[in-house]
Design a protein around this ligand. Structure first.
Ligand SMILES: *[C@@H]1O[C@H](CO)[C@@H](O)[C@H](O)[C@H]1NC(C)=O
Ligand SMILES: *[C@@H]1O[C@H](CO)[C@@H](O)[C@H](O)[C@H]1NC(C)=O
Ligand SMILES: *[C@@H]1O[C@H](CO)[C@@H](O)[C@H](O)[C@H]1NC(C)=O
Length: 768
């Protein structure tokens, strides 16, 4: 998202936003809404304002009353409404990726709400592998959003979450996503959407706020060596589209009941996603049955015409997008060109009617046409409900649940706050605040920086080590002097948005500049433990630190949110036993040297030496694997129940009886309701209580270019020291063990499947 810029328009856009701030500051602190019968009692006679009627009747009534010009004004994110019908201007663009954000122009942080709770950037929250947490965060965010809406500072439609697959470690927006695995991304997306949208009164039609899953689809290149998302044509096989790129969107729509999907800037197989009737009308609305609206990225219609030159005229672009199934244009392209498209006979007005009907229906479900929101459910929420102590505690909790312990030499972590008399805190990210938020951030309530968090526990000595994260000329001697004087050293290194962000992919995946040199030099003179803390969105080649015995521990903290420093101290001093697991593979630099970021293939190609992507397909060396993460305790697994054989009850005349089938279509009748249980005993064999994520992976028979293994499910449990627990997975054969074949159909392979849990392996036969 964000404004696209051609050439040097960056500063211009910043200015525009700045001016907009002025406008809002002088506005009154009341929400926008339609059907204000207190102000104008004759509104009560309008059917679209009548709460006793069903939404469809109300929407139809409203659409019938609008002129073509008014309708077109409702196709864009700055929706004009209709003054004569008492429908105010509505700004659709608000964001809430990890807390209410002011990246979208529909949200402002000014008195009486100068900030909102800033949660960890999504990639770190995903590392918690705690679905309850994903949903709980969503719920807190929507409470703060409603509170801000009630005082006129936020909209009701939030263009979050980002569920694109983190396919390549260099992607600047990987930080916004739940990682590389389609199952984790699907669970994250559905849970976060439910947290945002679901109402406490159980009404499944009305919405607390409306979420949006973006950016559909196969969009994971921002700007890599000058190749920009605006012109990138992702060449994607049906197999990869259906088993890697689309599942999180499908889950958003089907499991999360999301109110919106956003199409991306890029093309997929030569067609812009926002102008592809197959992707929009066919899949999102047809197959998945989206109940809501499809919105473009900002302004991807402009991009289709001016950057991609995909269409001959702007009117043709407008017609293509709307006929493909687009309902709302972030930006202004349709307000300029849709009317001419109708006049030129390229677009029938009925298409516009159905687009705005989807938009209005969403607003109806949000209560926008029910009068003053302060008199509806959530009307009591206000500034007092933003940045509450409980919300700020939850962001700290989320960060500590996500932080991943990657290396820990015995005797290193946790540090004892009584034994450590002085702690050296070194590195360009040691004393940062804004960096902790990541992108799509808001204004936080109150920061706790790493240095602050650590200083609250023990006496510290601080040195930044480098001027900034680019670290071109580190102050090695000074940093060494500080380290040599301390009992232990914490080095907070990594990246910030100057290294990886929207519109900027990385080229190298090593620590930026001379950071590695600084770490090695400082470690060489340290007297005690040296804890390397990596603050970043993407994975890092830190092989040098993994191999260096003087670097005794490594922690990855993502971008940990406003309370990141407190959460880091909780983990370092053992107030919290780390339980995060990597939601993405950490590759060596050689991967970045060898693989073109633009190659979208998930599967390896032995003919070209292309190694494939993510733990499901990549077989080369890694720095740390997907799902890796240590604890201060140790956990053992024992298989209690799993099948030896599973067979399909096939009818006598089924074709697989006469000819040998290698797989069965999930669409097949016999594929319904075939399930089995896997029970595991998990024991905390260590001395400290803690949480532990049990991953159930499966390796299917190697037909149809199947993944070498894939996640079937995960379950996080808390166990006190020496305690044991039972973890149960109910495995639906056709849902959880299936894969997509070469042509894009979902199949279950027949033959030997191998289940993996930690080092445990169990094979069973799946046959007819
Ligand atoms: C009240 O609303 C009706 C219906 O939209 C409209 O015709 C009328 O002009 C409005 N009156 C005022 C005073 O705004
Ligand atoms: C990537 O690393 C190589 C080798 O260290 C270096 O020459 C190059 O400048 C780096 N590129 C970027 C964009 O940092
Ligand atoms: C998952 O997160 C919730 C919400 O923070 C928390 O109460 C629960 O203990 C977590 N589960 C585990 C197993 O850590």
């Amino acid at each position: 998202m964000a404004s696209k810029n051609r050439g040097n328009s960056v500063s211009l856009i910043c200015f525009l936003f700045f001016e907009f701030h002025f406008v809002v500051i002088t506005a009154q602190n009341t929400p926008v809404f339609a059907c204000d019968i207190v102000k104008n009692s004759s509104m009560a006679n309008l059917a679209f304002c009548d709460r006793s009627l069903d939404f469809k009747t109300r929407v139809d009534d409203l659409v019938k009353r609008l002129t073509l010009q008014e309708k077109i004004g409702c196709l864009v994110s700055g929706s004009q409404g209709s003054q004569r019908l008492g429908i105010p201007f509505y700004e659709w663009w608000s964001e809430a990726l990890h807390g209410v954000s002011d990246v979208g122009v529909g949200t402002k942080f000014v008195s009486p709400v100068p900030g909102a709770t800033s949660f960890p950037q999504v990639i770190l929250t995903a590392a918690s592998f705690n679905v309850t947490l994903f949903q709980t965060i969503g719920k807190v965010v929507s409470t703060e959003a409603r509170a801000m809406h009630n005082v006129g500072l936020a909209g009701l439609t939030f263009w979050s979450p980002n569920v694109n697959i983190f396919r390549d470690p260099r992607w600047g927006r990987g930080q916004e996503t739940p990682g590389e695995d389609p199952i984790l991304s699907s669970k994250y997306g559905a849970a976060y959407v439910r947290g945002l949208q679901d109402r406490d009164d159980g009404d499944e039609v009305r919405l607390k706020v409306a979420a949006c899953c973006k950016h559909y689809t196969a969009y994971d290149v921002d700007n890599w060596k000058g190749i920009e998302r605006y012109i990138f044509n992702a060449q994607v096989s049906m197999q990869d589209l259906d088993d890697t790129f689309n599942p999180p969107f499908k889950s958003c729509v089907i499991d999360g009941n999301v109110a919106s999907v956003m199409c991306s800037y890029n093309q997929v197989n030569g067609k812009p996603t926002c102008g592809d009737p197959y992707l929009l009308k066919g899949v999102i609305r047809g197959e998945w049955k989206l109940n809501g609206y499809i919105v473009s990225d900002c302004d991807s219609l402009d991009v289709i015409f001016y950057n991609q030159h995909f269409t001959k005229t702007p009117e043709e672009t407008a017609a293509l997008a709307i006929k493909s199934g687009l309902d709302l244009n972030c930006g202004s392209f349709l307000s300029k060109h849709a009317e001419d498209a109708v006049k030129k006979g390229l677009l029938e007005e009925s298409f516009i009617d159905s687009a705005i009907s989807n938009n209005f229906l969403t607003l109806m479900r949000l209560g926008f046409f029910d009068g003053d929101p302060r008199k509806q459910l959530y009307g009591e929420l206000g500034p007092k409900d933003v940045c509450t102590d409980a919300h700020q505690e939850l962001t700290r909790e989320a960060a500590r649940q996500g932080i991943v312990l990657l290396k820990n030499t015995p005797g290193s972590l946790p540090l004892s706050p009584t034994a450590i008399k002085s702690l050296a805190v070194i590195g360009p990210n040691a004393d940062v605040d804004h960096t902790m938020l990541g992108n799509y951030e808001g204004k936080p309530c109150k920061y706790v920086k790493p240095l602050q968090g650590l200083t609250a526990a023990v006496a510290t000595l601080h040195h930044p080590g480098c001027g900034n994260v680019a670290c071109s000329s580190p102050l090695i001697d000074e940093a060494k002097k500080v380290a040599a004087a301390a009992d232990a050293v914490v080095m907070v290194m990594g990246t910030d948005q100057s290294i990886e962000r929207e519109s900027l992919d990385r080229v190298n995946i090593t620590l930026p500049g001379q950071q590695a040199l600084l770490v090695s030099e400082v470690a060489s003179v340290s007297r005690g433990p040296v804890i390397l803390v990596i603050m970043s969105g993407g994975g890092m080649d830190v092989q040098f630190a993994k191999d260096n015995p003087k670097v005794t521990s490594i922690l990855w903290v993502g971008f940990p949110g406003e309370k990141g420093g407190a959460a880091l101290a909780d983990v370092i001093f053992g107030c919290y036993n780390p339980s995060g697991r990597l939601p993405m593979t950490w590759y060596p630099q050689s991967y970045a040297d060898k693989v073109a970021m633009t190659n979208m293939n998930m599967r390896p190609d032995p003919a070209t030496g292309y190694p494939g992507r993510t733990y499901r397909f990549y077989t080369g060396p890694t720095i740390y694997e997907f799902g890796y993460g240590l604890s201060y305790s140790e956990f053992s697994h024992e298989l209690v129940r799993a099948p030896q054989h599973v067979s399909f009850p096939l009818e006598e005349e089924h074709e697989c009886h006469s000819s040998k089938c290698i797989s069965l279509a999930v669409a097949d009748q016999s594929c319904k309701n075939l399930a089995f249980d896997v029970h595991l005993k998990v024991t905390n064999v260590g001395k400290m209580g803690g949480s532990h994520t049990v991953f159930l992976f499966s390796s299917p028979p190697s037909v149809h270019n199947a993944p070498q293994k894939h996640l079937v499910g995960f379950e996080k449990v808390h166990l006190t020291a020496q305690a044991e627990g039972l973890v149960k997975f109910n495995v639906d054969v056709c849902k959880h063990l299936s894969m997509i074949d070469e042509l894009g159909s979902r199949k279950v392979a027949l033959g030997e499947h191998v289940l993996h849990v930690g080092n445990l392996k169990h094979s069973f036969n799946l046959n007819i």
